[in-house]
Design a binder for this molecule. Structure first.
Ligand SMILES: Nc1nc2c(ncn2[C@@H]2O[C@H](COP(=O)(O)OP(=O)(O)OP(=O)(O)O)[C@@H](O)[C@H]2O)c(=O)[nH]1
Length: 572
């Protein structure tokens, strides 16, 4: 799980606000500079326009003065009235233009001085022309022409022209300067605007880039934190699941210890697996070594893959290898032949865990499912199998101890303790149901002599053979036991005295033909004497009945052996 990290503070954070303020200030400066530049530019434009106006006005004065001069001279030479009319029309225009020049050069004292001089000269010239016109009108054309020859017209006009040239030259010079100023202003404005826009843009870009990086880092940290939280939640869930599993397995182990037989243990196991692996199913098998087969004793859950009920141990890889064998879907998996894996889906899984304890193979726990089968599930099944194996070996040991405590080690028949415990129960059952119960006591005749003649081991062999004969001639529900030494007892629930007599005779005659082979010598047969007692005639307790049968047995001995005696008859 990655460590939880706190968000590192951004390197740009201290510069963020100053950069923002600087950007804003720069933008304001750009704005102010633009306003000032535009105003200066406008002023320059006005000045340029003004220069054009001065130039145009000066040119107009020259042109108008020439026209007036030309019209006046033409009239003086030709006397044509049309020329007089034209003179009269241009005269005010000339005057007006000179006045206008004076007005529009107010901003430039030098130019205005020249304008005033132009005005004075033009006025003088106009006055002279007017004087000649007046002479022509009053004294005739010839007088006017003669007067004109003496008039200083040419010189006046030359002065006017020279002065206007000076005005124009000066104004052109100003115009050039103003245009230059305007161009410089425009360039400076453009440069200022570009710089003023670019610089804040760069700053804002840097700021934005930093914020984006920081945002990305924050998002990454947030994602990491979320993933850490998720992993933490999963880990907590796993921990709580593990602790729950441990608790269930602990309880399961405790309950297994209290199980009295294998069926109980298997039922508990099925319930625990259903609880811990609800989607799985399977079977518990026991190994019948004597038959070389594996047999299912219980089923649990819903099996995805059916498994055979009985099969040879070699059919399972788990049993063959003595370790858990897990397989899933697809190539690379090896399947046990006791499984019908055709039904194994894409996510299906199977698991065979051998049940082993103290190096002994006891059986197999097989589990399969359509989903799941994680290593955690496998561990659970293995833990269950381990507990079940221990329980099975314990039950086997307990059973063998129980059998040992109830069986005679030589003959394998029940012992006297078992007889006493169970005869009471069988007798009560028959009493409740109103049925008889018979007891046969049997003693081998002259067994001491047999022992003496053939040895104790041969005597043991004879005892074992007679025990076998007794088991052959009794029913499964009868209790056949070695009462002690060479004495045997058969308790026959629900058997009447007649049944018991028939059985006693069968046993007697069978023993009379029973021989044993000992040290390659056939020994026997020996005979036996039997006493028969029946409830309710010969007693109503086990002790009474056994005592009655024993009495009858002694009677049989006394009467010559190799016979049976019935207690009632014996009493009679
Ligand atoms: N081989 C062998 N002998 C036993 C065993 N238990 C008791 N015996 C012997 O059985 C003999 C019983 O002898 P007795 O009680 O005198 O009876 P008997 O010789 O059979 O004579 P009757 O019962 O009167 O016919 C004794 O010698 C015991 O030692 C046993 O487990 N194995």
């Amino acid at each position: 799980m990655p460590p939880v990290t706190s968000a590192p503070s951004s390197r740009l954070r201290p510069y963020r606000m100053p950069a923002f303020i600087l950007s804003v200030v720069l933008l304001i400066c750009v704005g102010v500079a633009m306003v000032l530049s535009i105003r200066s530019f406008t002023r320059s434009t006005d000045l340029v326009e003004h220069s054009y106006q001065v130039i145009n006005t000066a040119e107009a004065i020259r042109s108008s003065a020439r026209s007036t001069e030309s019209d006046a001279r033409g009239y003086r030479l030709s006397g044509r009235d049309q020329l007089l009319a034209e003179y009269l029309a241009t005269f005010p225009a000339t005057r007006k233009a000179t006045s206008q020049l004076v007005v529009i050069t107010r901003d430039d004292p030098a130019q205005q001085t020249r304008a005033l001089e132009v005005e004075t000269l033009v006025e003088k010239r106009l006055a002279e022309l007017q004087r000649l016109i007046d002479i022509q009108r009053d004294q005739g054309i010839a007088e006017a022409q003669r007067e004109g020859l003496d008039s200083p017209g040419f010189g006046q006009m030359q002065q006017i022209n020279l002065l206007i040239d000076t005005v124009l030259t000066q104004e052109h010079h100003l115009l050039r300067e103003r245009r230059q100023t305007m161009a410089t202003l425009a360039a400076v404005t453009i440069a200022g605007v570009v710089a003023g826009i670019l610089l804040p843009l760069v700053l804002l870009g840097l700021l934005l880039g930093g914020l984006t990086r920081e945002n990305r880092r924050s998002l990454k940290l947030e994602r990491e934190a979320r993933s850490t939280m998720r992993e933490l939640a999963i880990s907590l869930e796993q921990r709580s699941r593990l602790s729950e599993q441990r608790r269930v397995l602990g309880a399961y182990a405790g309950i297994l210890q209290s199980c009295e037989n294998l069926n109980e243990a298997l039922n508990v196991t099925a319930e625990v697996i259903a609880q811990m692996l609800p989607t799985a199913g399977g079977r518990c098998y026991v190994l019948r070594s004597s038959l070389n087969q594996v047999e299912a004793l219980s089923r649990f859950g819903t099996e995805t893959v059916p498994s055979d009920s009985v099969w040879a141990p070699s059919a399972c890889w788990g049993l063959r290898r003595g370790q858990p064998h897990r397989s899933g879907h697809g190539p690379g998996n090896v399947y046990c032949s006791h499984l019908h894996i055709e039904d194994l889906g894409e996510n299906g899984w199977t698991l065979c865990v051998p049940l082993m304890a103290q190096g002994v193979s006891l059986g197999l726990l097989h589990v399969n499912g359509a989903t799941g089968g994680s290593s955690e599930d496998v561990q659970v099944v293995e833990a269950i199998a381990e507990q079940l194996s221990l329980a099975m070996i314990n039950l086997q040991l307990r059973e063998s101890l129980r059998v040992q405590s109830l069986r005679d080690p030589l003959t394998g028949l029940y012992n006297r303790r078992y007889l006493e415990e169970n005869t009471q129960r069988e007798l009560q059952r028959c009493q409740r149901r109103g049925l008889p119960l018979s007891v046969i006591m049997l003693d081998i005749d002259h067994f001491k002599r047999f022992n003496d003649e053939h040895g104790h081991a041969a005597g043991d062999a004879l005892l074992t053979a007679i025990a076998q004969t007794l088991q052959t001639h009794t029913r499964d529900e009868d209790i056949v036991c070695r009462y002690g030494g060479e004495e045997f007892t058969v308790v026959m629930p629900e058997a009447s005295s007649e049944d018991a007599q028939r059985r006693a005779e069968e046993i007697r005659s069978a023993i009379a033909t029973t021989t044993v082979v000992h040290l390659r010598k056939t020994l026997g047969p020996n005979t036996a004497s039997l006493g028969v007692a029946t409830y309710p005639f010969d007693g109503s307790t086990p002790a009474e009945l056994i005592g009655s049968a024993d009495t009858a047995l002694y009677r049989a001995k006394a009467e010559g052996r190799n016979r049976f005696v019935v207690h009632q008859l014996a009493r009679a």
